[in-house]
Each structure stands twice: as C-alpha cells, then as structure tokens.
Design a protein around this ligand. Structure first.
Ligand code: ZN
Length: 220
C-alpha cells in the first residue's frame, strides 16, 4: 500500500507514494494529467491587483479532474500582507471550493481562532485539511467536529510540540501526513506516527487511504 503525501510543493519521484502537489496560480500551466494537485492563492502572495485573475486561473484549473483541492489558502498573522486582503482572498476561495465541491488545504499561522470561527459561521460542508497543524487540543477537537482533517509532518518529531500532543489523541479518521518540502520523507513521517500510536504501518496506511477516498471521493 502507498504512502500519501497530502502537501508538498515540488514533485519527487517515488513509486511508493501518492503526492498531492501544491500549485500557485502562476504554475497552472504545469499540470500533468498523471499527478494529483491542489491549486490556490497562498496568503503570502495575495495581491489586490491580481486577485481576480488568480481566482479565475484557479477556477479554470479545477476543470482538470486530477486537480483535487483548493489550496494552500488561508490566513497568516506573521506577514505584512494586509489581513483584510488575506481574508477576502481566503473567503473567495472557500466559496469556489463549496461551489465546485473541492476540499481546501489550509495554511494557518496564528489565526486558528479565525479559521475556526469562519468554519463555524460559513456552514460549509466540504472538508478542510489544516496542513502543518500546530495548535491546542481544544481547537483540534472543534475543527474535527466540523469535518476538518489535520495534517502532520515534521512536527511529529518534536515531542513537546502542540502538534505532537494533539496527534497522540486524535481520531485516525481525521488525519493526513505531509512533507511540505522539509527534507523529511513521507515514509519517515508514517513510521514515526505508527510508532507513537502503537499501530502497524500497514494499518496506518489503510486509515489514511480511507481518509483520502472519503475526502476526495474514491480517487485511489
Ligand atoms: Zn506548503
């Protein structure tokens, strides 16, 4: 059974893994029909002048059946892009996601309360995947209740991180794993996760494959 890397920017050759490659709108011409993608406007690159064009590019890319998700999109309180502009770009992408029934890969830095409150008030049903999840257990529980998945990677190797503590108790039906170009391999992430949860690697692979099919509609 394969490893699923739910968030990575650069394609890598690995016949043991399935990748969900993140594209920015400027990369839309790189779509290869043999690979899976998410496409979205990252908060770092939100620009009022190109927003309409970028959103148009995203919608157009969604006509490829192998473009499975919107993202990464989200909110980041550590950067200089005006927060109000980030919010506008994020909410517009959420509307596109709901309209085209595509899950969203979410980038969140210091904005978990806002992500959660947007999720609660939007009443959206399409799953969100919070990539590089690193927040409190309370936030995790609430997001999961609202049909969100949490994705873990390098932080699982930091046993005093919030990510690690959350992962220890999280339902495996709401988990994904990722490399996010951090230099770690997806099989290393799975092995670490299987070890800390005390289950076999193959049982863990089965869980994540089910999650992938539940989230994206039986593509594997
Ligand atoms: Zn990323």
């Amino acid at each position: 059974m394969k490893f699923i890397d739910i968030h990575v920017h650069k394609h890598y050759e690995d016949n043991k893994s399935v990748l969900l490659i993140n594209l920015f709108p400027t990369d839309a011409d790189k779509i290869n029909p043999a690979r899976f993608y998410s496409i979205g406007l990252h908060p770092w690159y939100v620009n009022q002048e190109t927003l309409t064009k970028d959103l148009g590019t995203i919608v157009q890319a969604l006509s490829n059946s192998n473009v499975l998700a919107i993202g990464e999109a989200g909110l980041d309180k550590n950067i200089e892009v005006p927060y109000i502009d980030q919010l506008k770009a994020f909410e517009q992408q959420l509307d596109i996601a709901e309209k085209y029934k595509k899950p969203v890969i979410i980038h969140c830095v210091k904005a978990y309360d806002d992500i959660l409150s947007i999720r609660k008030k939007s009443n959206q049903s399409i799953p969100w995947i919070i990539h590089w999840f690193n927040a409190s257990e309370q936030i995790a529980v609430e997001l999961v209740k609202k049909n969100c998945y949490l994705s873990f990677g390098k932080m699982l190797f930091k046993e005093n991180s919030r990510a690690f503590r959350v992962f220890m108790n999280l339902s495996l039906n709401k988990v994904f794993f990722e490399t996010d170009d951090t230099g770690i391999s997806i099989s290393q992430v799975y092995s670490k996760a299987a070890q800390v949860r005390n289950i076999s690697l193959s049982a863990l692979q089965k869980h994540i494959k089910n999650n992938f099919n539940n989230c994206f509609g039986n593509v594997l």
